[in-house]
Design a protein around this ligand. Structure first.
Ligand code: S3P
Length: 443
């Protein structure tokens, strides 16, 4: 990570106009590299997100023995080692800012008879890893050393003969589910994950795409039971990465709040496990039209036309949280520009993201004159249809805080400043340029 600090301010802008494509989906990009590396044969990826998080995963795959080459913009080729075929890395694997890369690779390594060390930046070192180590130790892996509080740096010895388990995650987490499924690839028999609340399903879909047998059944009111048949022969398969809905969220909210705007976001993934924000914004009165819906690389995608809209406050139910877990910061911005109160319920997991996002969302809004409260795990924003601005927002090494604050400043009375935009490159390289191209004033 480039350690240069880059402050920036967003100013009230004229109408946003244009047609843009945000970068490739981060979740799918990590998974394409990891599954490509666990497959014998050549996997070609197009549209890969070339953000720092994903680049760190590509380096880890190389360090674990896969051949990974970049052949053009977003075009990558991987020659994998096969299930359980990772080689012992010579140095600690450094995941930078990325919880997803780190936890998924911990899972993949847990099914291989090797020892690997995992590390990351100050933000990632502060995040809990016990949640992934617990089920993986039940499968036969051993955490040889772990920093205090179950954190990075940690060293893991994978299982020589992994044991398939039936696992019910204590928190709704796609990372946790994916770590267990990736370890389960190397185990004989069936590895089962029972989610009481469904989370994003890209691992399940991509496992199938690479030839694994994965059965998914409903479980309870909001959950799923996922069964993976172990020790499959994964077959190399091309992956087309769709545009990331979590990145699309930023220009989308910008267009909703900047008067007179109309933009089109091309090829955005509309997988329902990712579109909780779009649903919530529509409930608030947002005009978001799906045009040209189609399937690309096994995922539903559409072009999204977004027009400035009068928004009203709503209550967001807790079971929707896994489907929009990365979007609450920018929803907080939309809620501030809405008329009335928005209550976002059940946000406990936000406390353990790249930063404590529950506290960070409240702080970002408050410093810009928005009335906001935290009640237990709920966030309450009292929207007045306008935002005073004038605040300096601390990004806490969190890309989504930086982007949300800049979006807020495009329509506020006074400019909104952020202390550091450097971390935007982890997930959305080109964000500043794209907002400027649409007509946003960032300087
Ligand atoms: C991700 C899952 C989510 C999300 C993260 C990406 C994934 O984390 O916050 O940005 O790709 O699986 P949790 O599953 O831990 O909530």
């Amino acid at each position: 990570m480039d350690q240069t600090v880059s402050p920036l301010a967003a100013r009230r802008s004229g109408p946003l106009k244009g047609r843009v494509r945000v970068p490739g989906d981060k979740s799918i990009s990590h998974r394409a590299l990891i599954l490509g590396a666990l497959t014998v044969g050549e996997t070609a990826i197009t549209g890969l997100l070339e953000g720092e998080d994903v680049i760190n995963t590509s380096r880890a795959m190389r360090a674990l023995g896969a051949r990974v080459e970049r052949t053009g913009a977003g075009a990558w080729r991987i020659n994998g080692v096969g299930v359980a075929g990772f080689a012992e890395p010579a140095k600690p694997l450094d995941f930078g800012n990325s919880g997803t890369g780190c936890r998924l690779v911990i899972g993949a390594v847990a099914g291989c008879p090797i020892t690997a060390a995992f590390d990351g930046d100050v933000s990632l070192r502060s995040r809990p890893q016990r949640r992934v180590l617990d089920p993986l130790e039940r499968m036969g892996a051993r955490a040889v050393s772990v920093a205090d509080g179950g954190r990075l740096p940690l060293t893991l010895t994978g299982a020589r003969d992994p044991i398939p388990i039936v696992y019910q995650p204590p928190v709704a987490s796609a990372q946790l589910k994916s770590a267990v499924l990736l370890a389960g690839l190397a185990a004989p028999g069936e590895t089962v994950v029972i989610e009481s609340e469904a989370t994003r399903d890209h691992t399940e879909r991509m496992l199938r795409h690479f030839g694994a047998e994965v059965a998914v059944e409903p479980h309870g009111a909001h959950g799923r039971r996922i069964t993976l048949k172990g020790q499959p022969e994964l077959r190399a398969a091309p992956v087309i990465v769709p545009a990331d809905p979590s990145s699309a969220a930023f220009p989308m909210v910008a267009a909703l709040i900047v008067p007179g705007s109309e933009i089109v976001l091309d090829g955005v993934m509309t997988n329902v496990t990712r579109t909780g924000l779009f649903k919530t914004l529509r409930e608030m009165g947002a005009i978001i039209e799906e045009q040209n819906p189609r399937v690309e690389g096994g995922e539903d995608v559409a072009d999204l036309l977004v027009r400035t809209s009068a928004l009203k406050g709503v209550t967001v139910p807790p079971e929707r949280a896994p489907f929009m877990i990365d979007e609450y910061l920018v929803l907080g911005v939309a809620a501030a520009y809405a008329q009335g109160t928005t209550r976002m319920r059940g946000l406990k997991e936000l406390r353990v993201k790249e930063s404590d996002r529950l506290a960070a969302t409240a702080a970002m809004l408050r410093v810009n004159g928005v009335e906001v409260e935290i009640e237990g795990d709920d966030l309450i924003v009292r929207g007045k249809g306008r935002v005073a601005g004038g605040g300096l927002v601390a990004t806490h090494m969190d890309h989504r805080i930086a982007m949300s604050a800049l979006v807020m400043g495009l329509a506020s009375d006074k400019p909104v400043q952020v202390d550091d935009t450097a971390f935007i490159a982890t997930s959305f390289p080109g964000f500043v340029e794209m907002i400027r191209a649409l007509g946003g004033d960032l300087s």
